[in-house]
Design a protein around this ligand. Structure first.
Ligand code: CA
Ligand code: CA
Length: 214
């Protein structure tokens, strides 16, 4: 189990390394959580539990955390939802830090996409598998960068999306303020990157077919 999670992380890291920052278009959205949370709103457009705090590791700058656990999303990009172009490749990337030695379900950091606040939504990365999230966010007390790529329409959510984050309360467990996010970027991956990814996808499919054929 742990090995497959590592593979997913390694794949994401390899993709980022292959493409490099220069291969990516300017972000559709980004937030370094240095000043305020004016780009974000809560459930049904109301209050949220997001808070800007100094980097808990003592690094320069601030990060996002939560003052309470939640479910079904806590903080959502506000304003117009992002309108995606069918067939284009998109990437959501962010830094995540989970404090170790906590409760069942981990720190509860979850990242996803939603149509509304939340409306139809999906979780793609979390610290456990609730609601189908890939449980790859690591609670080791260190910052790690994660990336989620998808071709529009976004899985489940469609072509009109918001970014969504929370500190999830797992079956009654949950400690607020032990999950941190920073440097959230939402961007289009331009055609050359899409070609590289498509090539990789084809290679993986081909490998799987060969494996089956053997
Ligand atoms: Ca920051
Ligand atoms: Ca937590």
């Amino acid at each position: 189990m742990a090995r497959s999670f590592k593979c997913i992380i390694v794949t994401a890291v390899v993709l980022v390394s292959l493409l490099g920052p220069e291969a990516l278009a300017g972000p559709i959205f980004h937030d370094t959580f240095e000043s305020d949370l004016s780009a974000w709103t809560g459930k049904s457009g109301g209050a949220h539990n997001g808070a800007i705090v100094p980097d808990p590791l003592g690094g320069a700058g601030n990060a996002l955390t939560f003052t309470a656990v939640n479910s079904g999303g806590d903080i959502f990009t506000t304003g117009q939802a992002f309108s995606l172009s069918s067939g284009r490749l998109y990437r959501v990337s962010f830094d995540f830090l989970g404090l170790p030695g906590q409760v069942p379900g981990g720190s509860g950091g979850f990242a996803g996409l939603s149509q509304g606040y939340p409306g139809t939504h999906m979780w793609y990365y979390g610290t456990n598998t609730t609601s189908g999230a890939a449980p790859i966010l690591i609670d080791d007390g260190q910052w790690h960068r994660y990336a989620y790529n998808f071709i529009a329409p976004a899985p489940v959510v469609g072509n009109t999306v918001r970014l969504m984050f929370e500190d999830f309360g797992y079956f009654g467990y949950g400690i607020p303020g032990d999950a941190f996010f920073d440097n959230v970027v939402f961007q289009v991956v331009p055609a050359p990157g899409a070609v590289v990814l498509a090539g990789l996808g084809s290679a993986i499919v081909g490998w799987l077919r060969r494996r089956k054929a053997v």
